[in-house]
Structure formats: C-alpha cells, structure tokens
Design a protein around this ligand. Structure first.
Ligand code: FEO
Length: 389
C-alpha cells in the first residue's frame, strides 16, 4: 500500500491480509488495512499515524521508500488505540529526533501505553485550530473526541485539500481486496463508531467548512471521488436514520420452530412487496446483524424462550444494539415457548431502554411449532398491525 495520493502526500500503510478478527471480536473476511501517510513540505516532513504491531516491518519499508532518504520531523498521532499506536516506540527508535504531535489527552495515553520510555519529552501537544507549517504545506488540527476515543484529532491539509479522518470513513478489509465499499464500511461504522453519532454530526459540521478533495482514513481505501456519497451515508448513520424502507427479521432458534415462523413471516411480507432480509443470529456474526439493523427502517425479532428468559443469541444482539445507542425503529416481536413463553416480554424490556423504539403491541406467540390451523390468522393480524401502527 505504497501510493502517492497527491503531489505531497504518500500513503505508506499496511494490509494485514491474514487478520481474522478486528478488536479481537469482529470477524474479518478479507483482513484489515492500517493506513499511515507521509506529508512532505519544503522544510519539514510529517508522518501521520503509526500502524499495528504486526505491520511494522512492511510499514518501515514503505516509509523508507516514501521518505527518499530524508528524516521525518514529526509523527502526528491522531488516535492512540493500539491498532494505530503500537509501533510508535519502534518508529521513535529508528528516528530519534522525531517530535510527536498529538492532543494533550493522547500525550497522557502515550505514557500509559509506553511507560518509562521517555516519549513524553518528544511531545508537542496541539488543540483544535492549531497549525503545523511544513514549508508550503500546512497541517491543521481538528479535535474529534469520541470518534472513537476521547483523545482523537483529525488533520486537514489545505494546500493538498486532503482530510485525514482517523477512524472515520474507514472500513473492514485490506485495501487489496477492494469490494463494494458500503457493506464493510457500514459494518465497521455501526460496530466501531455507532455509539458516537452526536460526535460524528459535530465533525461533519466542521468538515463542511473545508474544501476537501480527498479523505484519507486510517482503515480502508483513500476516497477521492464522489465524496458526497460517503458523507451522505455518514449523515444517515450518525443520525440513526435508516438507509432503506425494509424489514430486518432477526431470529434466534434452538430446534427450528422459531426460525420457521420467522422465515414464513418473511415470505409473507415479501409477497406483499415489502423488502425483507432474514438473519440467523445463532449462525451469522452479530456485527452483520447490527449493520443491517442500522440499514433498514423496521425489525421483527423472533426468539425462543430459554431457561425462563431470553435465548442468549437474541440477548447478545439486543445488548450490542443498546451499546451502540441504536434508536428510532419500528419493532415487531415473535416469541416461542413450549410451556411458558416470555421472550417477547424480555425483548421489550431491552428495547424500551433504547430511545424512540416503537414496539408493535400485537405480539405473535407460537407454542413449540407453527400450527397451520391455528397460527395462520394470528400471523396475518400480526403483519397487519406491524405494518400499520
Ligand atoms: Fe482504528 Fe479506534 O482505532
């Protein structure tokens, strides 16, 4: 991933194509990219962000090529999460005169992650609006707290019209596996940044005042065309506005009875012309379900009752949604239980703690398995209520 993106900015990040989980929890289908950039002025050179631990050797090779024999003067640290900071000390050992430019909060974290290493003595702490002159090229710093840690800042280079957006506008996947940006960007946004919609809104307001031709994130491809498309999606995601009118049917089933009801409901809705996506919470990654919940305007949640409570896969999904600040959706509830179904009550209890959730009063309850004689009419009534309330 060594690529000149503007005359004075070179991408020097690394692709970890073997990585299978991000944050040790989110499944990766095509590895992960950890970006870094070299910005060369007439007098000074800056490197924007380090990379993850395993990428150090590749990063060093890219740095040597991009620096063309020069020594960097500054390491700009936009974000201290270890996927970007783990190699700061290694970098400073290679370039002993480099100064670290970061927010005051990041400087504190630098000491936490690298205690007794003397990195604090190299720090130039900057804040919103501060500028760093490199000679014909300027780096301007914007505070971006909670996107996605409190110390985060972003950087704008007006001469090159490049906006270095830290975690924002990133995606899962190594850059070498270029695919349809939106799916893995949505899954990345909703699961990593999803909780911080208000902070993303405030960032978008600041960014609107800048002339941006290129967005250079710390994950995923550099974006240089049709930027309104990406910014528009960030507006939707950060305001919890659905992208599409449609229904996510997420189900958690032990022996198939609940799954059968969920899938039949899905086919009935599709026959009515409703856009539907069905999702098996027991066998598909919860991060995908979270992304689809953000995508669609409505949800039907179908869960079996388990140990007098909610089946763990459904509990886990709702826990994830709550932790991401998910809100403002229409929800229908389907429950199953062979002797005392309580799943709907448990799901409603979790949903009621999220803001703006409109729960359909008509709950569809099955006992063990669908019964074509007795369940068909209640299903029709459930669908009618769900779509009409
Ligand atoms: Fe890519 Fe929040 O670190």
């Amino acid at each position: 991933m060594l690529e000149k993106i503007t005359p004075r900015v070179t991408s020097v990040g690394v692709d970890n194509t073997k990585e299978r989980k991000f944050e040790n929890q989110y499944v990766l289908y095509h590895g992960m990219a950890y970006n870094s950039y070299v910005v060369k002025g007439e007098d000074k050179t800056a490197v924007i962000d380090a990379v993850e631990e395993k990428g150090f050797v590749e990063w060093r090779t890219h740095l040597v090529a991009a620096l063309e024999g020069e020594m960097p003067d500054y390491l700009i640290v936009q974000h201290m999460e270890p996927d970007h900071s783990a190699t700061i000390l290694d970098f400073c050992e290679i370039f002993p005169d480099v100064r670290i430019v970061c927010s005051a909060k990041a400087a504190g974290m630098l000491n936490q992650f690298f205690p007794d290493c003397g990195l604090a003595e190299r720090v130039i702490a900057v804040k919103e609006g501060d500028k760093l002159e490199l000679g014909g090229v300027t780096l301007q710093f914007l505070a971006a707290p909670m996107i996605h840690w409190p110390e985060v800042m972003m950087t704008y280079c007006p001469e090159e019209r490049v906006f270095f957006s830290a975690d924002a506008f990133g995606k899962f996947g190594a850059v070498g596996y270029e695919d349809d940006w939106i799916n893995e960007a949505r899954r990345y946004y909703t699961n990593i940044v999803g909780k911080y919609g208000a902070q993303v809104q405030s960032l978008l307001k600041k960014a609107a005042g800048l002339e941006i031709h290129t967005i250079a994130p710390l994950h995923g491809p550099v974006l240089s065309e049709n930027l309104g498309y990406y910014i528009g999606l960030y507006h939707k995601w950060s305001t919890y506005t659905p992208e599409e009118d449609g229904v996510l049917i997420a189900y958690a089933s032990v022996y198939g009875g609940t799954a059968e009801a969920a899938l039949l409901l899905g086919s009935m809705l599709m026959a009515m012309g409703v856009k539907v996506i069905t999702f098996d919470l027991c066998n598909q990654p919860v991060s995908e379900a979270v992304a689809q919940a953000f995508r669609y305007s409505k949800m039907i949640l179908a869960s079996v009752t388990y140990d007098g409570g909610l089946f763990p896969a459904m509990h886990d999904f709702l826990y994830h949604l709550a932790s991401k600040g998910f809100k403002n959706r229409r929800v229908g509830l389907v429950e199953n239980g062979s002797w005392a179904p309580v799943a709907a009550k448990m799901m409603a209890g979790m949903l009621e703690k999220m803001k703006g959730m409109k729960i359909c009063e008509n709950v569809f309850t099955i006992k063990s398995r669908l019964n074509n004689d007795t369940d068909r009419e209640p299903m029709v009534q459930f669908i009618h209520s769900f779509l009409s309330e």
